[in-house]
Design a protein around this ligand. Sequence first.
Ligand SMILES: [Zn+2]
Length: 189
Amino acid sequence: MSIEATLLERCESKCELCSSTSSLAPLAIAPQTQITVDYAAMLCDTCRAQIESPEDMDVNHWRCLNDSMWSQVPQVQVLAWRQLTHLSRKGETWANELLDMMYLEDETKKWAETGMDEDEDKPRDVNGVELKKGDDVTIIKDLPIKGSSQVIKQGTVVRGISLSDDPKLVSGKANGQSMYIIAEYCRKK
Ligand SMILES: [Zn+2]
């Protein structure tokens, strides 16, 4: 039997993540590049497109992970784990809750982590430039300060930022106050 036929049999001709039957094709799970029965998952066109360009993620589509995260197929678990991690970084708490429930064998977990873009753990400014502790940044738009009526004006310079546990936030002093600032509203000087 060909690889594709074996995969189609495994998935019962349904997308292994969302059960759609539309334009199924195998996707090799990074960092693997070969389509083999053990390294590929059979996915619909929507899932493939979203995995390839995570920035256009349709959050609602990924509710399907609720079911597919329990798949016995390691590469489907890897994909589910990565998508849930992306979603939880976007602030989707339901994804975070599913991640907490998910169980991966050590080897599978390692695979899932290796294929993730490590750079996502680093804060990036509006241009995608990595921000580091001690950097000076310019604020690119007026930002309201949480819990007050003040704003940090566009163009304000924040010197010597610090990083936080959340890669989307950096901390620094503006208008004499310490605060967290969304990294993508900064431009590195
Ligand atoms: Zn799908």
